[in-house]
Write a protein of this length. Structure first.
Length: 218
């Protein structure tokens, strides 16, 4: 078995070859199965059905909803939404401060809430004296913040992917976000297997950390 000193004496090219070889061996150890392919097809069919039903429902709403409507619970709806937005900012700030991977999810949620806020402000204030203020708020505050959150989430995802493939000995430019495949998933290995393996790895990691934290009794 190679020790740390031997690894340090290796050239960068030798360490790269070693990472690639170990990654290939790990891939060979994974069982090739198509057990999850049926579930994947069911999920895709479900998404298509949801899209069709939602498209039909949008048409029904567009044809039947009144142009003007007096709503109840207006204050509760907007105060509740702003509280959710405030919570998203707080959790995002905490994730930035603590440098947690959950920051990517927080940024996506925050951007979604900001876009919704801008949309409803502008649409519901149309043809009112508050329309100009809502429009300026959307264009100068909410939408730029949402765009910044999405761009930062995109950068973090690509950086995470780049470091992951680099650790497996893969070099080269990082592809666009839409071209990056799900990590560990391929035609012969469904997502369910990857999730099961992740659970096992997390359990092993937790056990290792707990073992390292134990005081030396020898």
């Amino acid at each position: 078995m190679l020790d740390e000193q031997e690894l340090r004496r290796m050239s960068p090219q030798e360490r790269l070859w070693l990472r690639q070889t170990l990654a290939d061996l790990d891939d060979e150890d994974q069982p090739s199965t198509s057990a999850g392919e049926g579930r994947r097809k069911l999920i895709l069919i479900g998404i298509v059905v949801c899209c069709v039903v939602l498209a039909v429902w949008i048409g029904v709403l567009a044809a039947t909803l009144p142009r003007y409507y007096r709503a109840g619970g207006w204050r509760g709806a907007w105060v509740g939404f702003d509280i959710a937005e405030l919570c998203a900012f707080v959790v995002t700030g905490w994730a930035v401060w603590r440098r947690r991977q959950i920051l990517i999810m927080c940024l996506v949620v925050l951007a979604t809430l900001l876009c919704c806020d801008a949309w409803f402000d502008v649409v519901l204030d149309a043809r009112t004296k508050g329309f100009l203020l809502s429009l300026l708020s959307a264009l100068l505050i909410e939408l730029p913040l949402a765009a910044g959150a999405i761009l930062l989430a995109r950068r973090l995802l690509r950086t995470t992917y780049a470091r992951l493939v680099r650790s497996r000995g893969v070099c080269g430019p990082v592809p666009r976000l839409g071209k990056i495949p799900l990590v560990g998933v391929h035609a012969g290995r469904p997502l369910s297997d990857v999730l099961a393996e992740t659970t096992e790895l997390m359990a092993e990691h937790t056990e290792l950390i707990a073992h390292q934290a134990e005081p030396d009794r020898g």
